[in-house]
Design a protein around this ligand. Structure first.
Ligand code: SF4
Ligand code: SF4
Length: 305
């Protein structure tokens, strides 16, 4: 191993160990909500990053640590009910920081990764855009671009958790780069979109081009949607399958559909997007090429015939 690789590896291991310890400390908190027997394993991958990305990685590491360290700032007796006016102010504030969509859900324990825990069962789910040009064209700098987006979005998520605290609520920010829950499914539960066969969340605003983060909070009266209007995407995916066909690593594997599954499974160990930079499944998805409403109208016409 070269000196540079060794430096990067030591740096990453040191931070990952610290983050794991902080994560485990949540398991020991009173009232922590834990994973169950249906929960997925979290697979860690060693993303190949250029040396110039080290400052950004350091910043991401610090902000992940802050998601745990800031828990001590939660109010001792947090408020549990938020007025419509406050929620509107929160949403306006979030959107002024570049958040594209905001959804609310109770967190099903089976979405919490095995051996992990969260402090509150009420989730605010946030999305932020991945630049279309970088998905479609930027092949050389994608990894750094991606890390910078994670960094910015992580900071915004922490700031929004602080905003809730300042207004009397408890909050646990969940960083977009390393959450305790499986984000695309959580966002689907929150009604923001639907998880396609690519295992990416597909939304009306951005198609498959977004990062997702969450804030778990003491607010019990979040406006949770009963039905998901985007469920038609599951049928659309059954007629498409482009992401499976175009994947250079056969990383999207078809499985028997079951509760919460879209009939595929991503194998992070072989996915180039998880290890290097690859956005083929995102780029090739029809929802990256055409408007959501156009695809829905066309699909409805075909299926009604
Ligand atoms: S990111 Fe690339 S390798 Fe991974 S599933 Fe998508 S197309 Fe396949
Ligand atoms: S490429 Fe096709 S099958 Fe894959 S997620 Fe997009 S719409 Fe669904």
């Amino acid at each position: 191993m070269s000196f540079i690789s060794e430096l990067k590896s030591n740096f990453t291991n040191k931070h990952m160990n610290k983050i794991k310890q902080l994560e485990m400390s949540v398991n020991n908190e009173n009232g922590a909500i834990k994973s169950n027997h249906l929960s997925p394993e979290m697979v860690s991958v060693n993303k190949k990053t250029p040396l110039r990305a080290l400052p950004t990685m350091l910043s991401i590491g610090k902000n992940i640590e802050y998601t745990f360290k800031s828990l001590k700032n939660n109010p001792t007796l947090p408020k549990t009910t938020a007025s419509d006016d406050f929620i509107q102010k929160f949403e306006n504030h979030a959107k002024s920081m570049g958040i594209i969509s905001i959804g609310y859900t109770k967190v099903p324990p089976e979405l919490i990764f095995k051996d992990k825990a969260i402090l509150y069962g009420n989730a605010i789910v946030l999305t932020k855009e991945i630049n279309k040009n970088s998905v479609d064209n930027d092949l050389s700098r994608k990894t750094l671009t991606d890390l910078k987006l994670y960094d910015k979005f992580g900071k915004i998520t922490n700031e929004l958790a602080n905003y809730l605290r300042e207004n009397g609520f408890s909050a646990q920010a969940s960083h977009p780069a390393i959450g305790s829950v499986t984000y695309p499914s959580l966002a689907q539960y929150a009604g923001l979109g639907w998880k396609g066969k690519s295992n990416l969340l597909i939304t009306p605003e951005l198609g498959p081009r977004q990062k997702i983060s969450a804030i778990f909070t003491s607010i019990e009266n979040l406006s949770v949607k009963e039905n998901n209007e985007h469920s038609w995407i599951a049928d659309y995916c059954n007629t498409c399958g482009k992401c499976i066909k175009k994947c250079p690593k056969d990383a999207i594997v078809e499985i028997e559909p079951h509760n919460g599954s879209n009939g595929t499974m991503l194998t992070p160990e072989v996915c180039k997007g998880c290890n290097e930079s690859c956005t083929i499944c995102m780029r090739e998805c029809p929802f990256n090429k055409r408007e959501y409403e156009y695809l829905r109208n066309r699909f409805e016409k075909i299926t009604i015939k």
